[in-house]
Design a protein around this ligand. Structure first.
Ligand code: 3H9
Length: 690
């Protein structure tokens, strides 16, 4: 059973019952139609309530059905919607919890809607590379002001019923209640049944003046689209809702939905959705693995990373002890946190009272004894094994048994760090990305002896603090930075061969990246990478030199912060201006090494960069550092700005065809290693990474 039917006096109640989110799969659709006709055939029933179960209305169409024969199986969502809308007895939707996508479209087909104030309604289809396909683009602008409807349809972000109901013009909700929308809907149904009221959304007029607000939105979406189709198509449909008859708009919506659902962008975004959820599951980790209680956290080090990590926990309401070596460093760290929150207050994103509540969750200390009772420590000190040794030895001595000791290292060996303690089972890596309170990605580094419950706890903590977690094994750079090194090297080699920073950046931005490698390097600042390189050159004299980056740094060009890097910058501005100094430096380099500049096409630039990621990803997968190819995609989507509508590097490689990828990697072979063995094997077999 995917619906439940009951009758309370003159009101029939149809409940969607398809846990966990009441996806509108075929059996739910059939259940609604069956229950509706039962209600219509029962003379004593005068009105019908359509509700969810366990506080959830519906998260929309069952995404797993897309691309399967069930997606088109009768009754279609359109048929269900028509049946509800044409019901001669009034239908009232009782909205609680999530009401997304097809779920909202279902609610818009009923004659009245009662919602709890906290329920969240939205049309997130664009996030799956789609447009709403069951009337959402035509009905929502009829019940909300056009700007709000258009923002929801083209952006996909949900709103609470409370926020939407604050606008007196809205006709989405007939009643908004604090709790129990089902009871309120039954009461409402009794009232309207007596009066025979029955309002069809499709018959309402759209504000004809609404079109005037859409120009600015179109300009914004165009600037941001970078080849991603759905938002602009969704906006076309909102314009149709204003300018065309309902049925004409509905037909256009159906055509756009069908086109998109079969396309590669939607396939990529659906892949990303399921990949993020799959990443939470670790093969071999029993679902009933105990989770340790994490109530009190400590962060060691109040530099940039430590500050961001502390804010991440405080934002989630978890108290944090911040440890530093000197009062001065501690004061500086705490002042940075306050300043960061204050800037959110100034922008109206945070209430002043919340700022104080968050600051109150922080306990600054210069004494390791303050960590005696914490459940989880995250070390974010200088990247040097001797410094880590000092910290972990102290942590091992002062923290209670069972406390988890995590390192935020991005370059050092977590096995070696674990071995510094007498409890290696309690040690793992939690690699945050800067700024840690903003970036979604968290690499959880499972060391050789990390115990299962410590890993399971870190995954649970990641969910609590709203991070997208991916488990990585131990290797230099883990998943993300190890691949990034190949990407950067590919960029550098193209510079040497004749390309310019602006040409490389613009090619990869055309592929969908928000920023190419050189604009990104200028934003991040070149000095830190230079310091790391110098240390590594000293450790390994045979290591290939990044001559161009080193020369740039020797010239004091560290990027935006020094007003010059790979590009020039006007004082106080962020716009990257191609630099004659850099052009001269490149020309000098090529003269010195007798390199005849070659022209590299945009297509080849993209291939060299992206396939370098894919090739390293294949090695990482083969070595078991990543558990699955989709985890690598999640790392790149959540942490490295890979265009989401391309699904991640490994998914993208699958869509290109691994034989073509392998062939290109072979042609570009720069280090004489040839393609990764796994890539070569899959290409020969006609296989994919999935
Ligand atoms: C649509 O409606 C098209 C129509 O316009 C037209 C059609 C003709 N289907 O995220 P969670 C699974 S397009 C199937 O971990 P949360 C999810 O995979 C649809 N499965 O929980 C996970 O499974 P597992 C538009 C779905 O509490 C489990 O449910 N709707 C769907 O953090 C729990 O999910 C959307 O795009 C689904 N629709 O968040 C909504 N939704 O346990 C997408 C979830 O096996 N969904 N699952 O890993 C969401 O935004 C979040 O999942 C939601 C819950 C907020 C609902």
């Amino acid at each position: 059973m995917s619906t439940q039917y009951s009758v309370a006096g003159s009101v029939a109640i149809i409940r969607l019952d398809n846990p966990p989110v009441n996806g509108l799969g075929q059996s739910v659709r059939a259940g609604i139609v069956r229950d509706l006709s039962r209600a219509l055939d029962t003379p004593d029933v005068e009105a019908i309530v359509l509700a969810g179960t366990d506080g959830v209305f519906s998260a929309g169409a069952d995404i797993r059905e897309f691309g399967t024969s069930n997606a088109g199986a009768e009754p279609s969502l359109h048929a269900v919607i028509e049946a509800l809308e044409d019901s001669p007895k009034p239908v009232v939707a009782a909205i609680e919890g999530t009401c997304f996508g097809g779920g909202l479209e279902l609610a818009l087909a009923t004659h009245h809607r009662v919602a709890t104030a906290a329920s969240r309604v939205g049309l997130p289809e664009v996030k799956l590379g789609l447009v709403p396909g069951a009337g959402g683009t035509q009905r929502l602008p009829r019940v909300l002001d056009v700007r709000t409807a258009a923002e929801m349809i083209t952006g996909g972000a949900p709103r609470t019923a409370r926020a939407l109901a604050a606008d007196p013009r809205q006709r989405l909700f007939d009643r908004v209640v604090e709790a129990d929308a089902v009871a309120a809907a039954i009461e409402f149904a009794r009232e309207v049944a007596g009066r025979g009221v029955r309002t069809r959304v499709r018959d309402l007029a759209v504000d004809p003046g609404g079109a005037t607000v859409l120009g600015a939105l179109r300009a914004q979406l165009t600037a941001r689209s970078r080849g991603f189709a759905a938002p602009l198509l969704a906006l076309d449909l909102v314009e149709k809702a204003i300018a065309a008859l309902f049925d004409v708009g509905l037909a256009a919506e159906g055509a756009a939905f069908r086109e998109l659902v079969g396309g590669v962008q939607s396939a990529a975004l659906r892949h990303a959705f399921f990949a993020e959820r799959a990443a939470r599951r670790v093969p071999g980790l029993a679902p009933d693995t105990p989770i340790r209680d994490v109530r009190q956290v400590a962060v060691v080090g109040a530099g940039t990373m430590g500050v961001g990590i502390a804010m991440t926990f405080v934002d989630a309401g978890i108290p944090v002890t911040v440890l530093e070596t000197s009062q001065e460093a501690l004061d500086r760290g705490l002042a940075t946190i306050r300043r960061n929150y204050q800037s959110q207050v100034d922008k109206g994103k945070l209430a002043a009272i919340v700022l104080e509540q968050r600051m109150a969750l922080l306990t600054p200390s210069v004494d390791y004894a303050a960590l005696a009772d914490v459940d989880l420590v995250i070390e974010a000190v200088f990247e040097d094994m001797e410094v880590k040794r000092a910290v972990f030895t102290r942590l091992d001595a002062v923290t209670k048994p069972g406390a988890i000791l995590a390192t935020n290292t991005s370059t050092l060996d977590v096995d070696q760090i674990a071995a510094l303690t007498g409890r290696p089972g309690d040690v793992l890596g939690m690699h945050f990305f800067s700024p840690a309170n903003v970036m979604a990605l968290l690499e959880i580094v499972r060391a050789g002896r990390t115990s299962d419950d410590v890993l399971a706890t870190a995954l649970a903590v990641a969910q609590r603090i709203g991070k997208t977690a991916v488990v990585s094994g131990v290797c230099d750079g883990f998943i993300g930075n190890r691949m990034l090194a190949r990407y950067r090297r590919a960029a550098q080699l193209m510079l040497e061969a004749g390309a310019t920073p602006e040409r490389i950046d613009s090619a990869i931005e055309g592929f969908g990246y928000a920023m190419g490698p050189f604009r990104m390097a200028d934003l991040a600042g070149g000095d830190i990478g230079w310091a790391v390189r110098k240390r590594r050159y000293a450790e390994d004299p045979d290591m290939p030199r990044d001559v161009l980056s080193d020369t740039l740094c020797e010239m004091g060009r560290f990027g935006q912060k020094t007003g010059a890097g790979w590009y020039d910058y006007e004082p106080g501005r962020r716009a990257a201006i191609p630099s004659p100094v850099v052009a001269e430096m490149l020309a000098d380099f090529r003269r010195q090494w007798d390199i005849r500049s070659v022209e590299i096409s945009d297509e080849e630039i993209v291939q060299r960069l992206v396939f370098a990621l894919v090739d390293e990803g294949a090695r990482i997968l083969d070595e078991g550092i990543a558990l699955r190819a989709s985890d690598i995609d999640v790392v790149y989507l959540a942490g490295y700005g890979f265009p989401r509508h391309r699904g991640g590097p490994m998914f993208h490689a699958d869509t290109v065809g691994l034989d073509r990828v392998e062939d290109a990697v072979r042609r570009f072979d720069v280090d004489g290693r040839g393609p990764a063995p796994l890539l070569a094997r899959l290409a020969a077999e006609g296989g994919t990474f999935r």
